[in-house]
Design a protein around this ligand. Sequence first.
Ligand code: SUG
Length: 421
Amino acid sequence: MALVEINFDGLVGPSHNYAGLSLGNLASASHAGDPSYPRTAALQGLAKMRHNLDLELVQGLFVPLPRPNPGLLDALGLDARAPTDEAEKRLRAAAWSASSMWTANAATVSPAPDTADGRCHLTAANLVTMPHRSQEWVDTVRQLRLAFADAAHFAVHDAVPACFGDEGAANHMRMAASHDAPGLEIFVYGRPGGAFPARQHEQASRAVARLHGLDPARCLFVEQAPEAIAAGAFHNDVVAVANERVLFTHEQAFADPEGTYAAIRDRLPEAEIVIVPASAVSLADAIRSYLFNAQLLTLPDGGMALVIPLEAWEMPSVRGWLDTMLAGNGPIRQVLPVDVRQSMANGGGPACLRLRVVADPATVDPRFLLDHDRIDQIAAVVAQHWPEQIDPRDIGNEALARTVIAARQSLLGTLGLTELL
Ligand code: SUG
């Protein structure tokens, strides 16, 4: 089979909860303390994966990481007793976080046509800005090395040094005439100094480009607009998404929008840039609705579809703009809303939940690829083992910890992924 785009979705883990851990992520802050519904959350994610399969696309899966993370609790000197103060509670909640579900932050991926050695390169993201996310990469890289073990086709790199924050594919866009053609890789970084952290450092992006053996002439390093970060766009994928020749972006996504568009058109003359003006959808509405945290997909017939969260479909300003777009003659021909409300309440839309890898599916470990039967099997494990509800006050509860650990073990047993136990 030829190189195709495979979306690897993160299954929502059994400890999914709302602890309000992400400064600068307005949804995470506003839902802090709410009860969460891990079973519903995981089933919503599986329905999204099924939806992609129904579109005849290749769909993959990454499994949740071990939580509560004993290594983090030990390293912080936290024992099994109930925490005594707010700071300790937050640290304990970090060890319980199911944040690895947002696999757009798992790694940065450069497909084979872009790299010097003709292999697909993946660098795990260190996620150092947020304590609850900084624990992910060590386990993520184990999973990547299993899924992409075929060294003739893949190279998996450890995260770049922790002095440079890296948040993976959420701040990386690839444009190309088609997925299997050489691409233009666009790395978007933030400048620190604002009220909210700039999670992606320029030097991390440059290191990833070097590690992947990219041609400097086909790389762009673009600064994210400080006002976008200040408005809650903690990753570029909250305000822009690219697919093949199309960039779909809010007009306030980049610090120098005109310069960015010109540089893209210069390197990829066939580029089509669909710009949503602030007069139609304000930055605040774009971030609240997650219009741009969409999966922009090429369907088997060559047309493009935008998989958006229901929240975007339901927002009048966004709906008005989408209706106008669909009535026009642009490259995005369909809009497909999906319900991922449990993930959305923590700031993770359809695009956050997936890592895109352009590869021949035959070169990927088949245990990480899905068909309808495997989705049915996973849904049965979720229905049986995932907690129905978690109140943030339950975090630290030993019986709940046992349930969460057993749920993951059952999943790994079902998928035959016992190496990850
Ligand atoms: O890193 N939320 C994640 C959401 C990540 C979204 N990913 C992309 N945009 N690609 C984050 O802020 C919330 C956790 C909590 O509050 O408990 C959280 O980690």
